[in-house]
Design a protein around this ligand. Structure first.
Ligand code: 1HE
Length: 265
């Protein structure tokens, strides 16, 4: 894998590599369990906002024993109310560049996936969990509240009732339970997550870019809109996608026996 100078300039807590048309971002502050300080959040924003040309999918993962211990608690103590609000909005902005950025993002998690670390993973489109992964929202016990989008993204994944339980009682979920309730899409053995994440990203990168755009940007908005508006948006998106040269070429390939068949297993 080649480090690429085309990526945005990143702080030492982040490391970027390019593997073909896949961008790989590693949280690289294992001595602090990949706690997310301001510099790191701004680096994540810059990375996803300015991906080099030709990148078609991305993977985010963490160095060391844990994906991320969440918000860097050391930076919190001096902040007043207004600063706290701007800080949360900064996280929102950064993670918007993941959720509604240029390319689909696969998060590979292991060990602690805690607080802001879970919020980061939730902003990705696909989550791969190693068996060591466990999930927690310790904000309640720290006297704070989630600020990186958990209130919006986590209820969509696991329901408001489970998020309430995690925050009120400190309940944690292990990797198996996380897989069952929908925190992860894929479960792997320890040490196998990154390879699985890259494999998935490479598969995603073979889709037509317009289809990936529709899945990232249109599908979630339709899912949250009124059904009538949703059907209309779907019809518009379907028409736009079908009309593209790439769709025509792919459909022709299938009809002329060059396109792959859909198989299972
Ligand atoms: C940290 C942080 C951190 C570790 N901020 N420095 N997040 C939390 O409440 C989770 C807090 N962390 C932990 O519960 C544990 O550190 C872990 C379970 C993740 C890992 O345990 P362990 O035994 O491997 O590591 P450690 O000995 O606890 O930590 C190693 C070092 O990392 C140590 O620093 P050192 O200078 O003494 O070596 C820790 O202080 C440091 N460290 N976690 C700062 N989070 C947008 S709002 C989001 C709100 C939240 O994310 S709240 C959740 C915060």
């Amino acid at each position: 894998m080649a480090a690429s100078s085309n990526f945005a300039k990143l702080p030492p807590s982040l490391h970027a590599e390019r593997k073909g048309d896949i961008a790989i971002l590693r949280l690289s502050r294992p001595e602090k369990r990949n706690a997310l300080d301001d510099e790191t959040i701004l680096g994540i924003e810059a990375f996803f906002a300015r991906l080099p040309d030709g990148i078609k999918a991305a993977v985010v993962h963490g160095a060391g024993e844990h994906f991320s211990a969440g918000l860097d608690l050391g930076e919190l103590s001096e902040r007043d109310t207004a600063e706290g609000m701007h800080h949360s909005r900064m996280w929102h902005r950064a993670f918007q560049h993941i959720e509604f950025g240029k390319v689909p993002v696969v998060a590979v998690v292991h060990g602690a996936v805690v607080g802001g670390g879970l919020e980061l993973a939730a902003a990705a489109h696909i989550r791969v969990a190693e068996r060591s992964a466990y999930y927690a929202l310790p904000e309640g016990s720290r006297g704070i509240y989630v600020g990186g989008g958990a209130s919006v993204r986590l209820p969509r994944l696991i329901g408001t009732a489970r998020v309430m339980d995690m925050m009120l009682t400190g309940r944690t979920y292990g990797a198996d339970e996380g897989q069952t309730i929908g925190l992860s899409h894929y479960l792997t053995d320890n040490g196998a997550g990154l390879a699985k994440g890259i494999e998935l990203a490479e598969k995603i990168a073979t889709n037509a870019p317009l289809t990936n755009f529709a899945i990232m940007h249109v599908l979630p908005r339709i899912a949250e809109s009124d059904p009538a508006g949703g059907y209309l948006a779907e019809a518009l998106m379907a028409a736009i996608a079908q009309g593209s040269d790439e769709a025509k070429a792919r459909l022709k390939d299938f009809l002329e026996k060059r396109g792959g068949k859909v198989t299972h297993g």
